[in-house]
Write a protein that binds this ligand. Structure first.
Ligand code: 5GP
Length: 191
């Protein structure tokens, strides 16, 4: 998606540890117009996948997921990362190792928010080693529902996540595909 790639080129910063910082429009400050365009693009890319619900992980997946939900006309659920007193025992949980924090988090979704026969679209801000997506796939398995699509805002194609998802055969789409962050420079697959 050219608009997104241009924005990354303009404001993205490469940090040590193979991390791209995009807090100007996605991970801290949020650009609503860009989110809306991304939502439209996801809706187009997954138009034939019979999606009934979008799931993501708090917090940075929420903005793109909500916009996709708006244009696809389906509900959006975000997995919570911390144990909440208002979450009852009726939750699906999975253990996710965080790429940026290098710690393990439990993610949970209340069982009321995944329905029988749902066909899920997983959306996340980044795909690196695929741990966040795997946690959501694990929750879908516990709920016994299909995952018909995985939509990523920014994929680092050279990390492990891509192959992990490819093995599942699930329809994967990434709006920006990064080939390398070497020498502090962002290179896209289609550069
Ligand atoms: P994975 O679970 O695929 O290893 O990593 C994905 C998660 O880690 C994303 O939800 C995102 O929060 C974070 N992440 C991974 N790589 C990056 C990166 O280069 N920049 C930022 N800002 N977050 C990242």
């Amino acid at each position: 998606m050219k608009l997104l790639e241009d924005k990354i080129r303009e404001v993205g910063r490469v940090l040590p540890g193979d991390v791209l910082k995009v807090d100007t429009f996605l991970n801290h400050q949020v650009d609503p117009k860009l989110m809306a365009e991304m939502g439209k693009e996801f809706a187009k890319l997954f138009a034939n996948d019979d999606i009934t619900r979008i799931v993501t992980v708090e917090s940075s997946g929420i903005a793109p997921a909500v916009m996709a939900g708006l244009y696809m006309d389906v509900p959006v659920v975000f997995a919570r990362k911390h144990k909440s007193l208002t979450l009852t025992d009726d939750v699906y949980t999975s253990e996710v190792f965080s790429y940026t924090k290098q710690t393990s988090n439990q993610i949970s979704i209340d069982k009321r928010f995944i329905k029988e026969n749902d066909k899920l679209l997983i959306i996340d801000d980044f795909l690196a080693n695929g741990q966040a997506v795997q946690g959501l796939l694990d929750i879908a398995k516990q709920a016994n529902v299909d995952v018909n699509g995985i939509g990523i805002v920014i994929e680092k194609t050279y990390q492990k996540g891509h192959d992990l998802i490819a093995e599942t055969g699930i329809h994967l789409e990434s709006l920006a595909e990064i080939k390398s962050l070497e020498d502090g420079k962002v290179t896209f697959v289609n550069d």
